[in-house]
Structures are given as structure tokens and as C-alpha cells.
Design a protein around this ligand. Structure first.
Ligand SMILES: Cc1ncc(COP(=O)(O)O)c(C=O)c1O
Length: 426
């Protein structure tokens, strides 16, 4: 039996997935091209031999807490609690690193941050009138998650300092006036993917006020928070949250390793039923998780748990050398851009204060066809910013990633990019 592709759900044809496949396919065809498109963490940090040690540390931790050898085996190898076996360790780490004080019951461990987004969206959006707001340009994992659930994402334009609070109020009001219900706002306050933009603390505080005013929950996604260029404190929205307005989405993909596929959400909101009984939102959401993935692999959780115990509950400390590496890379990227384009008024770029990404504005349409030309004739790959907009935008801008390469390759990539860009604009 043959099936028409058009008869499958729109998520099967997700444009962002198609774009990412396109980039991978171009990268495979031009293997000598320098990829300033790949946003994955640097390979050199990963040593599979470490996994055994982490597992042992976690097993010793459980034994130290009084579990018998067979209970330890069951914890790792049997079906487990839906929400987590390491929620307590994550809660402790969040307190040490971020000043986020939440009970372990508010933590749900998920199959990457990606699953956390899906579970939060599913729990919050009830009917077709429910929509989510998201700062645009937006991480495609979030818009893709909403798409598979059939939830509309309404953009709020990003500002140079992250977000214009009045724009949030305006968009929320327009959504209400159109008969729909804005349920939440998705933001990446630290070194956003794709823009690299961060919110100053004053903007974060204002955003919390505005969210309360507009009756919006905030979905705060923070995978890059450890990787600032300096040690300035950048309080998470969740740490500033006094009204339980924030659901915090966490990922261990950059702070531990992506192959663990472990992330989490923190949802400490109180939920009350018709009979007046109350519970914690993370507990309510566990039904969704149980139908999605039953529970996050306890073996993967145990590896991450071992990392947390070994680091004495500070990923900031455990990630010192990674932070230094990514700082060096971001500085190398920004210096190379200055060297290449510093005296060309037609080209500009932003200067992120950390993270993996920066955006270059070019004076021509930087689309997929241009990526192909760039890879084939100039040996450099980048990501069109247009990929991160729902209905137009970012046409004349490109995202550069500096996470997966060492500085000499970043510099070579920017040199090649310089030639490509100059040939287009001249
Ligand atoms: C903003 C953002 N959120 C979430 C993720 C992915 O998290 P995970 O690998 O834990 O699913 C990424 C990865 O690129 C990201 O950039």
C-alpha cells in the first residue's frame, strides 16, 4: 500500500527538520568545508570510559543511602518511578549553582530537554484556542515540539536586550482579542539559540512582572547558562520567581553529554482540583510522561546522577574546563569577525556575552541556495537565520556556531566566510 506524504501529519514534514537535514546533507557532500553551522558540543570532552565510574559513584551513593545491593540493581534496571530517580540530586545542584530552591518532587527527569518541552506544552494547552508565545527567532526544537502537538506558536520579536516587555503584553492582548488563550511564553534568557542574545537582570525582573500581569507562565529554557564569557551572575528567571510563574526547562546535553539524553523540568506550581485537593504540577504532568516514555532510562539517569554526586552538586565547578574552552572559542569567533569585517560598514554582527552562537547581518539574502554556494565554492557552512522564523524574517542574517571546533578552524572558517560575503556584496 502506498501513502501520500501529504496525508501524514504536518509534523512529518516539519520545515525546520527539513532545513537541518539539508544542512547535514550539504555538510556530507562537502566534507572539507568548515562547519560554522554545527551547534553541537565539542567532541573532545567525551570519554566513554568515564561512564563506568559515574555509574559506580551513583551506585555507591544509593548504597550509602541505605539501599541493599538488590535494591540498587532494581533502581537501575527495573521500571522506575515515572518522574525520576535523581530529582533530589538535581534539586540540590540547582540550589548550589543557581540559587533555585525547589523540592525534589517539583523535578521531573525527561529524555532530554526536548521531552520536557513536549510534556509542558501538552499539560498546559488544553483546547484549540490555547496557544504559546515564543521569542522569535526561536529554537526549532520548541516550535517543532508545538507542531507535533498541533499547538500554535505566536511570535514575540526579540530585542537587543532579549525582550521588550511591552511587546509581550501587546502580543498577549492581541491573542486574547482574537478569541484565543495565551498559556505560556517560551524564552532562553542566557545566550539564546540561535541569536546569542541574553537578558540583563532588570529585563528578567520586568518580564516576571509582565508575565504575572498577562497571566502567562514562563517556560525558561537554559541549556547554555554555564557558558558565560565572564563570571557575572546571571540569575535565572526561576531563581527570581516568587509567584511560581516559571517552569524551568533543563538540559544536561552541554553540561554532561548529549548522548545521555537526560534533561528535566522544574514545575513547582500548585494545582488544585474541584474537591480542593492540591498537588504539585510536576506530579500532575507525570501522567503525560508515563504515556510518552514511561520513565527516563534509569541507567542514563544513574550516569548523570554519578556526575552530580562526583561534582559535589556543582555543574558550574565540574564544567570549568568546558566553560574555558567555549569562552576561548567565542572570543576567537568575535575577534575573527572583527579582523574580517571590522572596516566593512555593510556587515555587522552581535557580540554575545557567552554561549555557542552569534549572528552576522549581511547585505544579501542568505538562503539555502547560498549555503550551497558557500560550501561548494568557499568551503564554509553556516545556518540561515530564516530557519528560526515561522513566517518570514531573518533573511539577511546568518547564525555562526563556535562550539564544535577549535579556534584555528573557527578563524579559517571566518576567513572563508569573509571571501564569500564580500563576493556577494561587491
Ligand atoms: C535552546 C535549546 N534548548 C534545548 C536544547 C536541547 O536539549 P536536549 O538535548 O536536552 O534535548 C537545545 C540544543 O541545541 C537548545 O539549543
Amino acid at each position: 500500500m502506498q501513502w501520500r506524504r501529504e496525508d501524514l501529519h504536518v509534523a512529518v514534514r516539519d520545515p525546520a527538520a527539513a532545513s537541518m537535514n539539508f544542512l547535514n546533507e550539504v555538510a556530507a557532500r562537502f566534507p572539507d568545508a568548515v562547519s560554522l553551522a554545527a551547534g553541537r558540543p565539542y567532541d573532545g570532552f567525551y570519554v566513554a570510559d568515564d561512564i563506568e565510574r559515574y555509574l559506580q559513584v551513583f551506585r555507591d551513593h544509593l548504597a550509602g543511602a541505605g539501599l541493599s545491593a538488590s535494591a540498587v540493581d532494581r533502581t537501575l534496571l527495573q521500571y522506575g518511578r515515572t518522574n525520576s530517580i535523581i530529582g533530589d540530586l538535581i534539586a540540590r545542584t540547582l540550589a548550589v549553582d543557581e540559587g533555585i530552591e525547589v523540592p525534589a518532587e517539583a523535578v521531573m527527569v525527561t529524555a532530554g530537554c526536548q521531552e520536557a518541552m513536549i510534556i509542558a506544552l501538552r499539560g498546559l494547552c488544553v483546547g484549540p484556542e490555547d496557544v504559546v508565545l515564543a521569542v522569535e527567532p526561536c529554537y526549532v526544537g520548541f516550535t517543532g515540539a508545538a507542531r507535533i502537538l498541533g499547538i500554535d506558536v505566536v511570535p514575540v520579536p526579540e530585542a537587543d536586550d532579549g525582550l521588550d516587555a511591552d511587546a509581550v503584553l501587546r502580543v498577549a492582548r492581541e491573542v486574547r482579542e482574537s478569541g484565543r488563550r495565551p498559556r505560556a511564553l517560551y524564552v532562553v534568557p542566557n545566550f539564546a539559540n540561535p541569536s546569542g542574545v541574553s537578558m540583563p537582570t532588570a529585563v528578567r525582573r520586568r518580564l516576571l512582572e509582565v508575565a504575572a500581569e498577562a497571566e502567562l507562565l514562563i517556560l525558561e529554557d537554559d541549556p547554555y547558562g554555564l557558558f558565560g564569557l565572564d563570571d557575572e551572575p546571571r540569575p535565572t528567571l526561576k531563581a527570581l520567581d516568587r509567584e511560581q510563574s516559571v517552569i524551568y526547562l533543563g538540559s544536561f546535553a552541554k553540561s554532561v553529554f548529549p548522548g545521555a539524553r537526560v534533561g528535566f523540568l522544574v514545575a513547582d506550581q500548585v494545582v488544585v482540583d474541584a474537591a480542593g485537593r492540591s498537588s504539585v504540577l510536576a506530579d500532575e504532568l507525570s501522567t503525560v510522561k508515563s504515556m510518552l516514555t514511561v520513565n527516563t532510562s534509569p541507567i542514563a539517569q544513574a550516569v548523570v546522577g554519578g556526575v552530580l554526586v562526583e561534582s559535589e552538586y556543582s555543574l558550574r565547578v565540574a564544567n570549568r574546563s568546558k566553560t574555558e574552552f567555549y569562552r576561548r572559542n567565542m572570543r576567537a569567533l568575535l575577534a575573527a569577525l572583527e579582523q574580517e569585517f571590522g572596516d566593512d560598514p555593510r556587515i555587522s554582527w552581535n557580540t554575545p556575552s557567552g554561549g555557542f552562537f552569534a549572528v552576522v547581518s549581511v547585505a544579501f539574502s542568505a538562503d539555502e541556495a547560498m549555503v550551497e554556494v558557500s560550501a561548494r565554492d568557499y568551503g564554509v557552512l553556516w545556518t540561515p537565520m530564516g530557519f528560526f522564523y515561522g513566517a518570514g524574517g531573518g533573511e539577511r542574517a546568518i547564525r555562526l556556531s563556535c562550539s564544535a571546533l577549535e579556534p584555528p578552524r573557527i578563524e579559517e572558517g571566518v576567513r572563508r566566510l569573509g571571501k564569500f560575503v564580500r563576493d556577494r556584496v561587491s
